[in-house]
Design a protein around this ligand. Sequence first.
Ligand code: ZN
Length: 322
Amino acid sequence: MSKVRTVLGDLDPARLGRVNYHEHLFQASPLLVGDELDDEASSREEARLLATSGFDAMVDATPIGLGRSPEAVARISLATGLGVIATTGAHREGHYPAAHWLRTLPAEPRGRLFLADLTVGMPRHDGDPAPGDDEHGLAAGPDGAPVRAGLLKAGIGYWSITTFERITLDAVALAHAATGAPVMVHLEFCTAAHEVLDLLAAAGVPAHRVVLAHADRDPNPALHLELAGRGAMLGYDGMARPRTRSDAELLDLTEAVVSGGGGDHILIGGDVARRSRYSAYGGMPGLAYLGTRYLPQLRTRIGADLVEAMLTRNAQRFLTWS
Ligand SMILES: [Zn+2]
């Protein structure tokens, strides 16, 4: 039976509905000091705003060590009715302080750690899992069941893959081989996308199981059609950032990639990610921007049916364990 793994259990993929492929309910990083998402009531309210704006489910794309809070995510999912797919894996190296425990784990134990998050359950807190650390008790959902991750994540730098990031890619491949769980890779400005797909393919992860997050930060349709031609999924999540790139460019990119035959490879999310941009934390424009401001413009450009297919069919296919 095919399945998508959510924080409240496994779902028939068709029941996921409309999916936002990339947001964060909780996140904290030394690179984002002062912009932490760490208040359950505020994150719950923001999740409610996302659901009201036209989404049935979201990926909580926060990996190990960045303030994951699985029990709170499960409570928020139950309270709002929003399906949530949680993440295991690691971000790019810059998010981990020099002494972080994850840095000491070679590929195999790191892969086993990711696998346990997917199959056994995520820890209540992302402390050092070394024996004797009580922080590592398993998170329990509202019904007492373990809260499990449904997606693997790795991250790399700007035209750079450090040793830490390379080990994470290998660990992700190990956990993918055992489960068929989908894989997200954080890219900086879509650099080294081909190189990451090459590394993952060599480690046994086919491109069609990989979404390249932030691919739209290099809005070059020819590059995107090459990546889609290899089978990769393209994560478009850079709307509402006119200081770096206008929504107009993202609309143009999407239209061009659809015209070139790559529409089946596009996933849409907001990746708002910062307290200062969450309505419920007192910021702007909030998670509802995607559904209320951006998607109406995209529907005008490429038609409502194609947008619907990206939010439903593309996301459901990608998130289904193979
Ligand atoms: Zn993100």
